[in-house]
Every structure is written in structure tokens, then in C-alpha cells.
Design a protein around this ligand. Structure first.
Ligand SMILES: Nc1ncnc2c1ncn2[C@@H]1O[C@H](COP(=O)(O)OP(=O)(O)OP(=O)(O)O)[C@@H](O)[C@H]1O
Ligand SMILES: CC(=O)N[C@H]1[C@@H]2OC[C@@H](O2)[C@@H](O)[C@@H]1O[C@H](C)C(=O)O
Length: 383
């Protein structure tokens, strides 16, 4: 494979909100062009099934086992991805000549401490669906992109830093740069010129806010941070929440979606708070977790670029500015796509996987050596 090719990334993140589809043209080193993106939103039943799958996955010890609801969840998830691809090709038939697809799947359990990370998603079934939607030779499909890193002793996450680095090369902003993804969980990539990126998860982002809003109001999110903006942050309670050993640990480090659920239930005093105050403290927690990671970075970042769904939350952006004292820009403001960034990253990583290039590095996941990964399924067998 020489020169840039068209690649599609498919991402279903920890927010459990839908399948993001994005296309880029890339050689796995840099990005030659951005294509269109689209999201296929999960309905309430899909979401409920995935939430149940996460619960059932807590007891897994074998990453290939699909007991109970997990088999059905994997089938449904794969079907939704096939539908998302079909909708994408219907809207953009000119992109049926895609050469690579990166299929992240859905993380249902992430326990790198016991070398276990589980992404459900049936790669061979999705490859068959993709081949039925494209002309021969069709795309190669790459899935299960975290397993090799975890098997080698890495955290298996975050994997987007290689893509952040490729994108950041095109920016002219005061450095060091900190790219912050505000998904269900938050993760950062610290970039200082050509030095190896430093990365880790920082703590919860939207997952706790979404779960709190759902439980207290029935709404799936605090849209535009309206509730948090009307609340008061209990700084004492926030300090107690931040007194968790995760925040004192140096990177690399990563999280499962629900790692802070019990901790917040035990220490957050949220039950006694109004919806507004509860939303405010959880939003402030997200910002304060990013603040906590600054002490572990080689230098103080000059510019922060916020991406992911949380970048649409003006209250969260305000809290970040106030707590960090760093210039905060959104991904869209620097010409990136805040919503499609992760899906684009998995398109980029698919092409890297096809070329045998590393997806992760000692400074991003703690893997001992730069690590290739992903299971590769070839283009159309008939070709
Ligand atoms: N307008 C908005 N106001 C407030 N929050 C928003 C808004 N739009 C999206 N969000 C939040 O962003 C979340 C989705 O973010 P995103 O799609 O980046 O997550 P993800 O990719 O699923 O997660 P991860 O990056 O952890 O895998 C939603 O669950 C919601 O909480
Ligand atoms: C195990 C897993 O799926 N982790 C996700 C999650 O969502 C955000 C954060 O936690 C990040 O570490 C990772 O996703 C992004 C795409 C990554 O690997 O870079």
C-alpha cells in the first residue's frame, strides 16, 4: 500500500450514544483529506441492551466468552454497525471504493490490571456486510485493536494519540498542546514538538453526568450544561472525590467506563444535592481531573484542544478554563471535527495496522515497545 487510501472508522464509545462513522484519506502517517461523517444513534432499547451487557461483562475472565446477554448485544451491535455502513454508502456512494475499515466495537470491560480488555463486535460478520455493500475488491477490515497492547502489558488505551500527533503537525499554536477527549471517559494526549506523545485517561467525563441526569430527571444528558450552570459546586465534596488513588498515579493509566461509579456513590454526597448542584459537581469533577493530570506532565501545556461530546457543553468548557488557567479551544475551532475525531482515529489506525505500523507506544499505554495491533480481515475474498 503506497500513498493515501480511503479509510472508514467505526466507533461506539463509552457514552453508548451511537455508531460514529468517519472517512479520511491517509497513508497511516498523515491525513491527506477528510471525508464526510455521520452518526447512527442508538435507540433506547439498544442503549438498555448495552448497559446490561456492561453489567454482565463485569464477571468476565475470558475475553472471547459471550455468556448471557453478551451474545445478543454483540449481534445487535454488529447489526447496527452494518446499518451505519449501509446508510453511509447510500448517502455517499462515491466512497464505496474504501480500502480499509477500522471497527472499534464496544468496550464492555476494561481491566488492564489483569490483562483483560473486551470489545464486543463480530469482525467477520461486519466484513461480510461491508463486502456486500462494496464492489470487489472491497475494504480490508481491522478490528480488536486493543488486545495486542494489553496482552503485551500495556493499558490498551488510549489509542487515539497517534492520530492526535498526526493532526497536530498541521497546527500552528503555542505548545505544548494538550488534546482532551471528553467522551464517557476523558483522555489526554500531551504533544511537545516531535517528542513521543504522553497520554492517559484522566477520569470520568460525561458518563457520570449522563447516568446522574438519567436517574434524577429521566433525561439522557445535561444538554449544553444548563443544569450544571445553575448549580453550585460543593468544593469540599469535590476535594473528597478527588482524593482517589487514580489521580495521584502517573501516566500511563486507563479506565473502565464505570470505574468511578461506586466511588462517587460513596463519597459524592449527590443524593442530598439538587439536580443542578449534582450536575455542577460532576461537571467540575471532569475539569478538576484534567487539572490533576497536569502535575504528571513534562511541562505545562500552553493550549488545550477539547474534542468529543463534552466539547459541546459550554459549562464544562467554562469550568476547564477557570480550573486550568490554560487557553482552551475546541477541536472545531482548530479545523478538526470534534464529533468525528475518534472515528477518524480508528480509520487512521486501521491503515497503520495494515502496514504493520505501531498503534501504541510506551509513553501512551505503557506497552514495553511500540506495538502494532488489530486483527486484519482481507478485502473481498472473490477479488
Ligand atoms: N450539547 C451537549 N451538551 C452537553 N453534553 C453533550 C452535548 N452533546 C453531547 N454531549 C455529551 O457527550 C457525550 C457523547 O460524547 P462522545 O460521543 O464523544 O462519547 P463517546 O465517544 O461515546 O465516549 P468515549 O470517548 O469515552 O469512548 C454524550 O453522552 C453527552 O453526555
Ligand atoms: C477501553 C476503552 O474503550 N477506552 C476508551 C474510553 O473512552 C475514552 C477513553 O476511555 C479512552 O481510553 C478509550 O477510547 C479512546 C477512543 C482511545 O482509545 O483513545
Amino acid at each position: 500500500m503506497q500513498g493515501p487510501v480511503k479509510a472508514i472508522g467505526l466507533m461506539s464509545g463509552t457514552s453508548l450514544d451511537g455508531v460514529d462513522v468517519a472517512l479520511i484519506e491517509t497513508d497511516g502517517e498523515s491525513v491527506a483529506a477528510f471525508g464526510p461523517d455521520m452518526t447512527l444513534a442508538y435507540d433506547a432499547a439498544d442503549r438498555a441492551l448495552l448497559i446490561q451487557a456492561l453489567e454482565e461483562a463485569r464477571g468476565l475472565t475470558d475475553r472471547d466468552a459471550r455468556p448471557g446477554i453478551l451474545a445478543e448485544a454483540e449481534r445487535r451491535l454488529t447489526e447496527r454497525h452494518a446499518q451505519a455502513l449501509a446508510a453511509y454508502f447510500e448517502a455517499y456512494p462515491e466512497h464505496r471504493d474504501v480500502a480499509a475499515i477500522g471497527f472499534h466495537g464496544q468496550t464492555v470491560l476494561h481491566r488492564p490490571d489483569i490483562r483483560l480488555t473486551v470489545q464486543i463486535g463480530d469482525g467477520p460478520a461486519l466484513a461480510r456486510a461491508a463486502h456486500a455493500l462494496t464492489d470487489a475488491p472491497g475494504p480490508a477490515l481491522v478490528y480488536d485493536l486493543r488486545a495486542a497492547d494489553v496482552a503485551a502489558g500495556g493499558q490498551g488505551a488510549p489509542l487515539v494519540p497517534a492520530y492526535h500527533r498526526a493532526l497536530a503537525r498541521g497546527l500552528d499554536l503555542p505548545g505544548p498542546l494538550l488534546v482532551l477527549n471528553l467522551g464517557g471517559v476523558a483522555n489526554i494526549t500531551y504533544l511537545d514538538g516531535e517528542a513521543e506523545p504522553v497520554a492517559c485517561d484522566t477520569g470520568p467525563a460525561n458518563a457520570l453526568i449522563d447516568d446522574f441526569m438519567k436517574a434524577r430527571t429521566g433525561m439522557p444528558l445535561d444538554r449544553d450544561g444548563t443544569a450544571a450552570a445553575a448549580g453550585r459546586v460543593d468544593e469540599g465534596a469535590l476535594a473528597r472525590l478527588l482524593d482517589h488513588p487514580f489521580f495521584a498515579r502517573r501516566p500511563p493509566k486507563s479506565l473502565d467506563r464505570n470505574d468511578f461509579r461506586e466511588w462517587v456513590a460513596a463519597h459524592g454526597e449527590l443524593d442530598a444535592m439538587s439536580v443542578e448542584d449534582g450536575a455542577a459537581i460532576l461537571t467540575a469533577l471532569t475539569a478538576a481531573c484534567v487539572g490533576a493530570v497536569l502535575a504528571h506532565l513534562p511541562r505545562r501545556p500552553a493550549t488545550l484542544i477539547a474534542a468529543g461530546g463534552g466539547a459541546r457543553n459550554p459549562t464544562l468548557l467554562r469550568f476547564l478554563r477557570a480550573r486550568l488557567g490554560i487557553a482552551v479551544l475546541t477541536a472545531d475551532e482548530v479545523g478538526w471535527s470534534g464529533d468525528a475525531l475518534e472515528a477518524q482515529a480508528f480509520a487512521f489506525l486501521a491503515v497503520r495496522a495494515l502496514k504493520g505500523l505501531p498503534l501504541s507506544f510506551p509513553t501512551t499505554t505503557g506497552v514495553p515497545l511500540p506495538m502494532p495491533g488489530g486483527v486484519v480481515l482481507p478485502p473481498h475474498p472473490a477479488a
